[in-house]
Write a protein that binds this ligand. Structure first.
Ligand code: UGY
Ligand code: MN
Length: 248
């Protein structure tokens, strides 16, 4: 018998692992016919919000981005999306970046369609236009080798332009792949495992993780990871980028 008093989830001051077993649903105005799990937000001390939305066939997300931009990624299933009059069908592995001040609508999902969202308050930069609406898809052929290690590949889903203050990347580790060093950096991460298993080290704590798990890493949370098991280990992650690092 499973013991319901156990979980792999942990919430600490500078990192969290959120496994699906502890989800309790939230109601988000305008998002109907779905379950919403708010995985990361400012209540934890984060400067991003990450949610996972699971849609029933009648599900619909309707809203408008205000101060925050939203990146939507289809983890499973498919649905129709309309942003600023542009309509598309989005399937698993496809995404849409919705800039600030845009109306959006997701509708006609297949039962169980799962969407991942990353939200960040947009910080304008003088002399650089704010980003425009963008559609794209996961594609390993667009993922260059990372730091000369053939076992590591990163696809950048948003353009490397100063107008963007957030990045979203897909990181694929083949069997045996691991980060080449312990990272210690100012940028914050929100992350969802899309495939496989891994061991993640966060702030000198060691965690087994797998598909469906989310991770929050605050600025300067030390991080290292290695793939585990027989298949590629893949995660999609958010990172704040391209802005002046201090108000001093
Ligand atoms: O982009 C990054 O900072 C990335 N290498 N970090 C991570 O995967 N934990
Ligand atoms: Mn990092």
């Amino acid at each position: 018998m499973e013991i319901s008093a156990l979980t792999r989830s942990v919430v600490r001051s500078n990192h969290a692992i959120i496994a699906p077993d502890g989800y309790i649903n939230s109601n988000v105005p305008g998002w109907t016919g779905c379950t919403v799990n708010v995985i990361i937000n400012e209540q934890m001390g984060a400067r991003l919000c990450q949610t996972l939305v699971t849609l029933r066939s009648e599900g619909r997300l309707e809203g408008r981005t205000e101060a925050a931009q939203i990146f939507f990624y289809v983890v499973e299933g498919q649905c129709k999306v309309t942003v600023a009059g542009a309509a598309r069908s989005l399937a698993a592995g496809q995404y849409v970046y919705v800039p600030v001040g845009q109306e959006y609508r997701f509708e006609n999902p297949t039962e169980g369609t799962q969407l991942l969202t990353f939200h960040k308050t947009y910080e304008p930069l003088a002399g650089h236009a704010a980003p425009a609406l963008l559609f794209g898809e996961r594609d390993l052929s667009k993922a260059p080798v990372y730091m000369n290690d053939e076992a590591l590949r990163i696809q950048e889903l948003l353009p490397n332009e100063l107008g963007f203050d957030m990045a979203v990347n897909i990181f694929t580790y083949s069997t045996g792949g691991h980060l080449p060093m312990v990272e210690t950096h100012i940028m914050e991460h929100g992350l969802l495992y899309l495939q496989g298993q891994a061991i993640y080290m966060l702030d000198q704590h060691w965690y087994p993780v797998k598909k469906g798990d989310s991770i929050w890493m605050a600025p300067y949370c030390q991080q290292w990871a290695t793939a585990m098991g027989q298949e590629d280990s893949v995660y999609i992650y958010y990172k704040n980028v391209n802005r002046f690092p201090t108000v001093m």
